[in-house]
Design a protein around this ligand. Structure first.
Ligand code: RET
Length: 291
């Protein structure tokens, strides 16, 4: 914390350095971040190694896409660990964390701040990582560009409105309004995953692997939505940022790293299915003229 004649008399928010030190000094909280930096890095290297001999461009696109998930994840968790993308926010009237305080373990000792800790960098970076998941799933399902684009656009909508829900401190109702909006976008993505893409995957001959990936994705993605609602940003059933943070970190392990490894192992062994068919992934039945 900064000290000095003027600043001593002001109520200061926690500094970026305080958050950084808290991540180092609170082992349980810090582990939820640092473990994921390590896991994302290790997954990225493993995926590079697993996919090293794949030459088919369409299969490579799927592999590059899932590598993008871990690459974004490293940046995401680095943002949180460095103290750049988290804040202590005072929740509005009626919220379960109204009037809460948060203790940060800094190197100068414990510092108590009014508010609850919000790791908003997660929602920001999910905006960039989750489209990679959907691109890979859409390509595996052999879907067309229209459906893939629709899924990705609504997915970005989920994350941006989720970020708004997390950061709104003016009104309790408005927080849940953002949450509801995010859920509407979420249902569009779930519809594509559960109804549209399984049909496409049947035609593409990838229905078996697609179904595995689909359930892994749908179940974990519902987990994120439920965790937000129960955590310190929502109903505050889990009151501390540590439980909320670990919840998301644990979900990430399945939704990102396990999913990526399953995808690359499958693609590597099924390049012929992925690249098969002249109309594969086309948006219409039209066949380009060969003149
Ligand atoms: C929020 C809160 C608002 C309502 C909904 C949410 C859904 C989040 C999801 C997150 C998935 C994240 C993944 C990250 C991997 O990098 C934003 C929590 C519906 C589905 C898979």
């Amino acid at each position: 914390m900064q000290t000095g004649a003027l600043t001593d008399t002001l109520v200061l928010g926690a500094s970026m350095q305080d958050f950084f030190e808290h991540g180092l000094n609170d082992a349980v909280f810090g582990a939820s971040l640092y473990a994921n930096i390590f896991l994302a890095g290790a997954t990225l290297l493993l995926l590079m190694w697993l996919g090293r001999n794949v030459k088919d461009p369409r299969s490579q696109l799927i592999i590059v896409s899932v590598m993008g998930i871990s690459a974004v994840s490293i940046a995401s968790y680095s943002g949180l660990a460095s103290g750049l993308t988290l804040s202590i926010l005072e929740m509005p009237e009626g919220h379960g964390m109204e009037g809460a305080t948060q203790v940060l373990e800094t190197s100068d000792g414990a510092v108590e701040e009014d508010g609850t800790m919000v790791l908003w960098g997660r929602y920001l970076t999910w905006t960039f990582s989750t489209p990679f998941i959907l691109l890979a799933l859409g390509l595996i399902a052999g879907s067309n560009i229209t459906k893939i684009f629709t899924a990705i656009i609504f997915d970005i909508g989920i994350m941006v409105t989720g970020l708004a829900a997390a950061l709104t401190t003016s009104s309790h109702l408005m927080r849940w309004w953002w949450y509801a909006l995010s859920c509407v976008y979420f249902l569009v993505v779930i519809y594509i995953l559960l109804v549209e893409w399984p049909e496409d995957a049947k035609a593409a001959g990838t229905v078996e692997i697609f179904n595995t990936l689909k359930w892994l994705t749908v179940v974990t993605w519902f987990g994120y939505a439920i965790f937000w609602a129960l955590g310190n940003e929502g109903l505050a059933i889990f009151e501390t940022a540590v439980v909320t943070s670990w919840g998301y970190s644990a979900l990430d392990i399945v939704a990102k790293y396990a999913l990526s490894i399953i995808i690359v192992v499958w693609v590597r062994d099924n390049v012929d299915i992925i690249s098969g068919g002249a109309e594969y992934g086309a948006t219409s039945d039209a066949i380009p003229a060969d003149d």
